[in-house]
Design a protein around this ligand. Structure first.
Ligand code: AMP
Length: 550
């Protein structure tokens, strides 16, 4: 850790470490009767309060201590968004151990790789993942025992999983007489592996300090804007960058929490929104696509839904307009990454924007937005030289801040920082007033005749066409230009559109030479473990594609 200069006159404030356990203590003390509602894997709806969550977290902390879990040990989970998962967030990290959330959508071999790399000591899993755990447990060398997150009646009569325990038995057998330990705020609190589209996944190891600071900053009005008057439904999974920090920032504010469990289809999410009167939610665009399709096909409206954060990949402007104009739901476009805990920017309007014409407001809101306080960003060229914030020049986006990683777990990938900045792998422009817009992931940029074409712009235009459900744009080989854009499109059900019409749809909307050379229609796009379109798979699929212009 960097040593900073010491002033001869130090401040005289209490030295209290920022610890995750203080969040659940606060929620219990001041919002103890506020609800946490979960759609369980068992199929029913479970309700209890922050106070009960805190009590059960302390019981689980006692259980972990009896199992021999010590400060710094890693304990893994394979679980959906639900109350038991939340209890583990606090029981594990609050005891000083490291909460390691594993993405169950990964291949079993990748899960085993991650569990071995992390040297997980125990693994907790939702009932639905029993077959998955049976498939990979024999490859996990360090795991001493497994805990199925259910009650005794639902435990399997027979299993090959060694030392399989029952979650509710552990809760019942332990008292809630537990004092959260106090330790250095820089201690590791949780571990999350990157999606690893190339090579093995790498671990981002968060600390108590980074998590508490991220929670403060992300709850602010021009970020997620969560308050005790909200009802928050995190659609983003608790195994994807800690559900963007919501399991910490929501209890910190005392808002009611609603967990959707495994039912993430449009109908189930909509029903929960309505029955629990959800005001605020967060998720990747693919989930909202399912929700909006359900709502529009059934002529429904939202009776309480006011605001949603969309991020993880670019929010198509057409989706934002539908939310805003058709349903009166405010959209906050946010950007971040696993390595940033994840929040880096959020896009909201400032006072000076409020009287602008609607299309100008919309143009601002489509950007990824301002850095939230704590995050510092800059754009640089390939030589590392800083580029101007003029809204036109695009460059590699670098960040730094107290919740940005300084290295990957166990030093994987070596020294990843560039002069103290973390290279995000994204390409962006920044306007003079500090609004950042991602033009592409550097690997996805289309390089045509020595110039760059941003694939996100091309996709956003296609998705504004009334017949297009989803679109991805990739560069394919061209003998003269190196690469030219190919548009891959999923049509909306029952609507027709042809290649020529889509290509003409770009007229006047972008520079002529950016227009895709060709369009292919497919039934579905490949979606990865975190709900994002897998561009690398599409590129592989169309590696040999011959463009009509080639
Ligand atoms: P992950 O670590 O899986 O959350 O992925 C982080 C990456 O997702 C970023 O580096 C971006 O490439 C992409 N991403 C996240 N949010 C956005 C956004 N709002 N717009 C465009 N790309 C995004």
């Amino acid at each position: 850790m960097t040593q900073y200069a010491k002033s001869p006159l130090m401040g005289q404030m209490m030295d209290q470490p920022l610890l995750i356990s203080t969040i659940i203590k606060h929620a219990d003390r001041y919002y103890g009767s506020n609800e946490i509602v979960s759609r369980r894997v068992e199929g029913d709806i479970h309700r209890y309060t922050y106070r009960e969550c805190h009590t059960r977290s302390r019981r689980m902390a006692n259980a972990l201590a009896k199992l021999g879990v010590k400060i710094g040990d890693r304990v893994a989970t394979l679980a959906w968004n639900g109350y038991r998962h939340l209890e583990l967030y606090y029981a594990i990290s609050g005891s000083g151990a490291v909460m390691h959330t594993i993405n169950p959508r990964l291949h079993p071999d990748q899960i085993a790789y991650i569990a071995n790399h992390a040297e997980d000591l125990y693994l907790f899993f939702d009932m639905t993942f029993l077959p998955l755990v049976e498939a990979f447990h024999s490859k996990c060398a360090t795991v001493k025992g497994y805990v199925m997150m259910c009650d005794r009646e639902r435990m399997p009569a027979e299993t090959k999983i060694p030392n399989l325990m029952c979650y509710e038995d552990l809760i019942e057998a332990n008292s809630d007489d537990f004092e959260w330990p106090v330790f250095d705020e820089n201690s590791a609190s949780s571990l999350c592996y990157t999606s690893g589209t190339t090579g093995n996944p790498k671990g981002a190891l968060y600390s108590h300090r980074s998590t508490v600071l991220h929670s403060y900053a992300s709850a602010m009005p021009d970020a997620l804007n969560v308050s005790s008057r909200d009802t928050v439904l995190p659609v983003v999974p608790m195994f994807h960058v800690n559900a963007w920090g919501l399991p910490y920032s929501v209890p910190l504010t005392g808002a009611k929490l609603v967990f959707p469990g495994p039912a993430l289809d449009g109908k189930s999410v909509y029903e929960l929104f309505e029955s629990e009167q959800v005001t605020f939610s967060a998720g990747v665009p693919t989930v909202w696509l399912g929700l909006l399709t359900h709502v529009s096909q059934n002529n429904l409206k939202f009776s309480s839904f006011k605001r949603t954060v969309i991020g993880g990949s670019a929010c198509p402007p057409a989706m934002m307009k539908t939310f805003r104009h058709q349903y009166g739901v405010e959209v906050v476009h946010a950007w971040g990454m696993t390595e940033m805990s994840p929040l880096g920017t959020a896009c909201t309007l400032q006072k000076s924007h409020l009287d602008l014409p609607e299309d100008e407001k919309q143009a601002i809101l489509e950007k990824q937005g301002h850095a939230i306080f704590g995050v510092d960003m800059k754009i640089v060229d390939d030589a590392g030289e800083e580029l101007p914030w003029d809204g036109k020049t695009y460059g590699n986006l670098l960040v730094r801040g107290p919740w940005v990683i300084s290295k990957y777990f166990k030093g994987e990938g070596g020294d990843v920082l560039e002069n103290g900045w973390f290279p995000t792998g994204d390409v962006a422009v920044i306007s003079p007033d500090g609004y950042m817009q991602i033009t592409d992931r550097s690997k996805d940029v289309i390089k045509s005749g020595g110039e760059w074409i941003g694939s996100i712009d091309l996709e956003n235009i296609a998705m504004a066409h009334p017949a297009v459900q989803q679109a991805a744009c990739i560069g394919v080989f061209h003998p003269k230009w190196d690469e030219r854009p190919l548009l891959v499109v999923v049509k909306k059900p029952g609507v027709e559109v042809g290649k020529e019409e889509l290509i003409h749809f770009y007229d006047g909307k972008i520079a002529k030479w950016w227009t895709p050379d060709d369009v292919v229609f497919v039934d579905a796009l490949p979606i990865g473990a975190t709900g994002k379109v897998l561009k690398n798979c599409i590129r592989d699929q169309y590696k040999e594609y011959k463009l009509p212009t080639a």
